[in-house]
Design a protein around this ligand. Structure first.
Ligand SMILES: N[C@@H](CCC(=O)N[C@@H](CS)C(=O)NCC(=O)O)C(=O)O
Length: 239
């Protein structure tokens, strides 16, 4: 598969070819590592559940998604398995799955208090409403509380420290090799780097994302984020 693909990602405003989905960034890294050219097509939460679902005919479709000769493939891990040419899983799929699950549980939980209020406020109103419904069960009081919380510098610092504490396990893992599955970048790196990329979009007063991923306590993580980006040749298409 060498033809250019369209990578459907998550955007904050209709018609903007940016991506804020950590999962879609994972696929961007995989495509980059495989040297498969791609162009972004950003969909808002509203579009995913309305026009994109209608266009694809796939009820419940999520982004990232790509259209292949076998039909639509979505879910970043499934896309990686579909695209793999024997290089994306240097130490096996099970090891990559473990890192992917850690990223989407422990790391995600630490990042969400910073990502969610920013993402909510960055969206156009109709998409905001879908986001609230899909991701927070329509709990307006909860999103208001999260948006209020990030106005407090101490709270923001504490959340950043919490993300760093999760990244300590990655710092330790990188003692053994430059990438998470060894000498070459693979899907395990994409799984964590996707979360790095989506945090780069966050704009919160007093928060410097470099104080998370390039903090002095995480020197290997700091080198790794650049090494993965270079290996995959990814350009950050952020809002
Ligand atoms: N496990 C999936 C998660 C994908 C996912 O949750 N995508 C979100 C955007 S970040 C989505 O499409 N949400 C639309 C919705 O839930 O309706 C993956 O790895 O691709």
């Amino acid at each position: 598969m060498t033809n250019s693909v369209t990578l459907y990602g998550l955007t904050t405003k209709q018609g903007t070819q940016t991506n804020v989905s950590p999962f879609a960034w994972k696929t961007a890294v995989d495509l980059g590592l495989l040297r498969i050219p791609y162009t972004w097509d950003g969909k808002t939460f509203e579009e995913i559940r309305t026009s994109f679902e209608a266009e694809t005919g796939v009820k419940g479709i999520l982004v990232p998604a790509i259209k292949t000769s076998d039909g639509w493939v979505y879910d970043s891990f499934k896309i990686a398995q579909h695209l793999d040419n024997g290089t994306l899983f240097p130490d096996g799929e099970a090891a990559a799955r473990k890192i992917d699950e850690w990223a989407d549980s422990d790391l995600r939980a630490a990042i969400m208090p910073l990502l969610v209020p920013w993402l909510y406020q960055a969206q156009a109103p109709t998409s905001q409403a879908w986001f609230l419904k899909i991701k927070l069960g329509g709990d307006q009081a909860k999103i208001d509380m999260l948006c209020q919380a990030v106005l407090d510098a101490q709270y923001v610092d504490a959340q950043a420290a919490n993300v760093r504490s999760k990244l300590q396990s990655i710092e330790e893992k990188l003692r053994d090799a430059p990438f998470l599955a060894g000498e070459r970048a693979g899907h395990a790196d994409a799984s964590v780097w996707g979360w790095y990329a989506s945090t780069r979009a966050i704009s919160i007063q007093g928060l410097d994302i470099d104080d998370i991923w390039r903090h002095e306590s995480l020197p290997r993580v700091a080198a790794w984020v650049d090494a993965v980006q270079k290996a995959a040749g990814v350009t950050l298409a952020l809002p």
